[in-house]
Design a protein around this ligand. Structure first.
Ligand code: NAG
Ligand code: NAG
Ligand code: NAG
Ligand code: NAG
Ligand code: NAG
Length: 486
């Protein structure tokens, strides 16, 4: 038989028993069937299901679509069924809404398939974004009349995050660092230090590592060169670190502050060969002495060489020059404001920063007033950090602001302000105090006494601020106000 005859035969056979298929198209508005009254409407659908599928389309932006499938109820009302409409609402970073109408190409002649089983259809469409909750609703057309129960069905579907084995190839995820494998290893060296190693990414050179054991016990910002390399950083901690979580936050230029954060666990560092040393100890020690001497010379030479090179962007490993106590009101957004300010002080002004947040245990032991008085004596500057940036979405990456900010321990800001006021009254030089704010914040009335302190608007006054931090300026004698009521 020739191919022409074959296809002709197929055509005839098809005409005898045409099986309905679907033809789908976007229909964002109401279906035309809404406008007319129907005496009879089809039954609802069954087994609405959604699963993500990879589309075989473009290589660079791997797109993920929904496979929406449904079955039809096997009853006589199926003869009335013309179409099924599916609408999807997505609630992720952005809200999305779209609808598709699938027309059945033929009227249904039988309640179930000629081959047996229910009528089953599936539609592949609706792009899927990572970490998004989707509400998928479907109903049959002609739909119920106004004020009648609509024959519809809905399911929820939450898409996987950027680290999912399929999702990670999406462009958006790649830009957020989904393909980066940091391979984090971290170990407790001793009671006060943790060593963290990780592989850097070609996407960027700036990272923050945070050690968290319920509360944050240590953190460090890092600038790494020539990625990808294995970076190693030793982080001072203020609490028990075995079993603690290391959170590594990258700041890539492609995703800024919204890059994917990675986690690791702190284990005990392996104790290196004590038994091997035994009899060889004297020999080993003298070898060590020579090696140390050579190392010192080498490090000194390298340091001399690096000093000029690194001056513009000193890393956290340099010895801090200025001790700074930062106090801030409890409603401030800790991560967005305090952490970034701390980073700025450490990286750009060569300061050692003391924060209430890192010293909770000490404060509890000493009492907040005693702690503040001691710190005030020990530090070079006390900075009041003000911000009106309270509404912006705060996350608790820095870990400890669970629940209401006020319920966690004492709010040190009013205490520090009182301390400042007593200095103001007792004519003590005020050159230790500075006020820093982000955005154009007015100093609140209750703290108006602070207006005698030098004020800096970051990042606008960044250079002046760093310079001021180093300068011992005379007390601002004549300008004293009597705005301290507390
Ligand atoms: C489905 O049917 C409706 C109403 O008859 C029509 O307006 C629409 O264009 C059809 N859609 C497709 C994809 O055939
Ligand atoms: C879509 O889902 C249906 C029902 O589960 C299945 O039969 C079909 O093969 C799926 N399509 C794809 C492309 O995965
Ligand atoms: C879908 O999620 C919403 C909100 O989370 C919930 O109210 C609804 O009951 C869920 N529906 C289904 C079918 O799970
Ligand atoms: C980190 O890397 C150094 C070598 O660069 C190695 O000696 C150390 O054991 C590593 N630490 C961890 C926790 O993997
Ligand atoms: C812990 O180790 C660091 C560096 O390895 C060292 O500077 C520090 O003194 C040690 N602390 C204790 C308590 O042994």
């Amino acid at each position: 038989m020739s191919p022409v005859l074959l296809s002709l035969a197929a055509l005839c056979w098809g005409a005898v028993s045409p099986e309905p298929t679907i033809q789908c198209d976007s229909e964002p508005g109401p279906s035309p069937e809404w406008m007319v009254r129907h005496t009879l409407t089809p039954g609802d659908l069954r087994d609405l299901q959604v699963e993500p599928v990879k589309s075989s389309a473009a290589m660079e932006d791997y797109s993920i679509l929904m496979n929406v499938s449904w079955r039809l109820r096997a009853d006589a009302s199926i003869r009335l069924l013309k179409a099924t409409k599916i609408c999807v609402t997505g609630k992720g970073d952005h809200q999305s809404y779209s609808c598709v109408r699938c027309n059945y190409t033929e009227a249904f002649q039988t309640q179930s398939r000629p081959s047996g089983g229910r009528w089953t259809f599936s539609y592949i469409g609706f792009p899927v974004e990572p970490s998004t909750l989707y509400f998928i609703g479907a109903h049959n057309i002609p739909n119920a009349n106004m004020n009648e129960d609509p024959p519809s069905m809905s399911v929820n579907f939450t898409s996987a995050g950027c680290l999912d084995h399929i999702m990670k190839y999406k462009k958006k995820c790649i830009e957020a660092g989904s393909l980066w494998d940091p391979d984090i290893t971290a170990c407790k060296k001793n009671e006060t230090t943790v060593e963290v190693n990780f592989t850097t990414s070609p996407l960027g050179n700036k990272y923050m590592a945070l050690i968290q054991n319920n509360i944050v016990i240590g953190f460090s910002y890092m600038l790494e060169n020539q990625p990808p390399t294995r970076a190693s950083v030793v982080i001072p901690v203020t609490g028990e670190s075995e079993g603690a979580v290391v959170q590594l936050t990258p700041y890539f230029h492609t995703c800024g502050n919204d890059c994917i954060r990675r986690k690791g666990t702190v284990v005990l560092c392996p104790q290196t060969g004590r038994s091997i040393l035994g009899g060889w100890l004297p020999l080993f020690l003298s070898a060590l002495l020579v090696a140390t001497w050579v190392l010192v010379v080498v490090i000194y030479l390298m340091w001399k060489h690096e000093r000029t090179k690194k001056a513009s962007f000193p890393t956290t490993t340099l010895l801090p020059l200025i001790k700074v106590l930062v106090v801030y009101p409890s409603e401030i957004c800790f991560h967005h404001t305090v952490c970034y300010f701390t980073e700025f002080l450490q990286n750009h002004c060569r300061s050692e920063v003391i924060l209430e947040e890192w010293q909770k245990k000490k404060i509890a032991e000493m009492g907040p007033v005693q702690w503040l008085t001691t710190q005030k004596k020990a530090v070079d500057k006390v900075i009041f950090l003000l911000s009106n940036d309270v509404s912006s979405s705060c996350d608790n990456t820095c870990g400890q602001r669970e629940g209401s900010p006020h319920e966690s321990s004492q709010d040190l800001f009013p205490l520090a302000f009182n301390l400042f006021c007593s200095d103001l009254r007792s004519q003590t030089p005020l050159d230790k105090y500075m006020v820093v704010y982000f955005r154009d914040a007015d100093i609140k009335d209750e703290y108006s006494a602070l207006s005698v302190c030098p004020k800096y608007h970051l990042m606008r006054d960044a250079a002046a601020f760093c310079t001021e931090l180093r300068v011992k300026q005379p007390g601002s004698g004549g300008k004293r106000l009597t705005a301290c009521f507390l």
